[in-house]
Design a protein around this ligand. Structure first.
Ligand SMILES: Cc1ncc(COP(=O)(O)O)c(C=O)c1O
Length: 381
């Protein structure tokens, strides 16, 4: 049994179509054509967690497994590396003889994706990390040839440092989050993520005879969740109910949804889910999710260990930021009020995404209780 842990659920009182088209279809077609032509591109697998679905009292629980995507251990290259290629193409069109440096802030995966994209495209790369990013994750970024700059504070502070450096040193800023006046590159990042979303929805329909009824997707700044939301509406009739899942210590999208407007958290994010430790939603993401999302959940870090063990039992070695959607689904499914509020019945067909592999092996071992590749000794969650 998945442990009963406390969570917060905010059901969107005024769901509806977003007033703005955040991700136009032409941009997605371009991203899909580019990404699916990359050497090494292949759709990631969709796996059914039948025992967990039965235990949760739902019909289907399927997990999109991004743990090995492009050899980079997360879905992030679909967005970051694609946006690097597009930004460099624009820059080289303006200045064919120019030598360009791309830059980004990261808590691990986005920086690795940007560094990989820069290396493939023959550009220099400077990545901003905050001090809490683990040495293993920093090493993986440096191994792609990026120069690392460490800044004090949180992910949100690293985002500001990267933006300042871009302005002062002429770097091309490849941010996965957006703000007023800076939307073009993050929009491309999100269009890249839609490749994952389209793959998952196509695979789900083929394996389970129709679209999911619910998608539980974890959020940091919300780019992935918003991409998923847009693609659900583009591809599924009816569109599944989408639930945005955040750590309790970094629930900036839930706070914004409750307030009915964009909000930054008053305190620094505090969670072991490193990729979700964001205190400020992406403007574009909130423009989509504020209306289109069905609900917002905030869950405690105590879910990570049981969820990693559940996935290990199914042969998936995931990371700390990979499991929030799965865990939120299982918490909601075990709670009668949440089941009712979200329409999670015995017929529910749920899609979740394991968004990263064990990119920080030491943290994996501390949270799961065994090293990556191991199994729960007694099958316990
Ligand atoms: C593994 C993982 N999952 C999910 C996310 C959330 O993506 P977003 O920040 O677009 O919401 C991230 C972000 O870095 C991540 O690294």
């Amino acid at each position: 049994m998945f442990p009963a842990l406390p969570f917060r659920l905010f059901v969107n009182p005024t769901p509806g179509l977003p007033g703005l088209v955040v991700l136009p279809e032409a941009g997605f077609r371009r991203a899909r054509a580019t990404i699916t032509a990359w050497p090494g591109y292949a759709p990631s697998p969709l796996r059914a967690l039948d025992a967990a679905a039965a235990a949760a009292g739902i019909a289907v629980l399927a997990v999109k497994d991004e743990t090995a995507r492009l050899g980079l251990a997360s879905f992030k290259a679909l967005g970051g590396a694609y946006a690097v290629g597009e930004a460099l193409a624009d820059a080289r069109a303006r200045d064919p003889a120019g030598r360009f440096t791309v830059t980004a802030a990261t808590d691990g995966n986005h920086g690795r994706a940007v560094a990989w994209g820069a290396r493939l495209a023959g550009a220099a790369c400077v990545i901003f990390l905050h001090a809490a990013v683990s040495p293993e994750r920093a090493r993986a970024i440096a191994a792609e040839g990026a120069v690392l700059r460490i800044v004090a504070g949180s992910y949100d502070d690293a985002v500001r440092a990267a933006a300042d450096a871009a302005a002062q040193e002429g770097f091309l800023l490849i941010s996965d989050t957006s703000w007023q006046g800076y939307t073009e590159t993050p929009r491309r990042v999100m269009q890249g993520y839609r490749v994952l979303a389209e793959e998952a929805l196509t695979q789900f329909a083929a394996a389970h005879g129709g679209p999911p009824s619910h998608v539980f997707v974890q959020a940091g700044v919300g780019g992935l969740a918003a991409s998923m939301s847009v693609q659900c509406r583009a591809q599924c009739r009816p569109a599944p109910a989408l639930i945005v899942c955040e750590p309790e210590g970094a629930a900036c999208l839930l706070a914004s949804a409750e307030a009915g407007e964009w909000r930054a958290l008053p305190a620094a994010p505090d969670t072991l889910m490193a990729g979700l430790a964001c205190g400020e939603p992406s403007l574009l993401a909130f423009q989509e999710l504020g209306r289109a999302a069905h609900g917002f959940m905030a869950i405690p870090d105590a879910v990570i260990g049981p969820a990693l063990r559940l996935l290990a039992g199914a042969g998936i070695v995931a990371g700390d930021s990979a499991v929030a959607g799965l865990a939120a689904c299982l918490l909601a499914a075990a709670d009668p009020a949440a089941r009712a509020a979200l329409g999670l019945s015995e017929a529910a067909r749920v899609l979740v995404i394991a968004t990263e592999g064990a990119t920080d092996p030491a943290r994996y071992e501390a949270l799961a209780g065994f090293a990556p590749g191991g199994l729960p000794p007694d099958g316990r969650m």
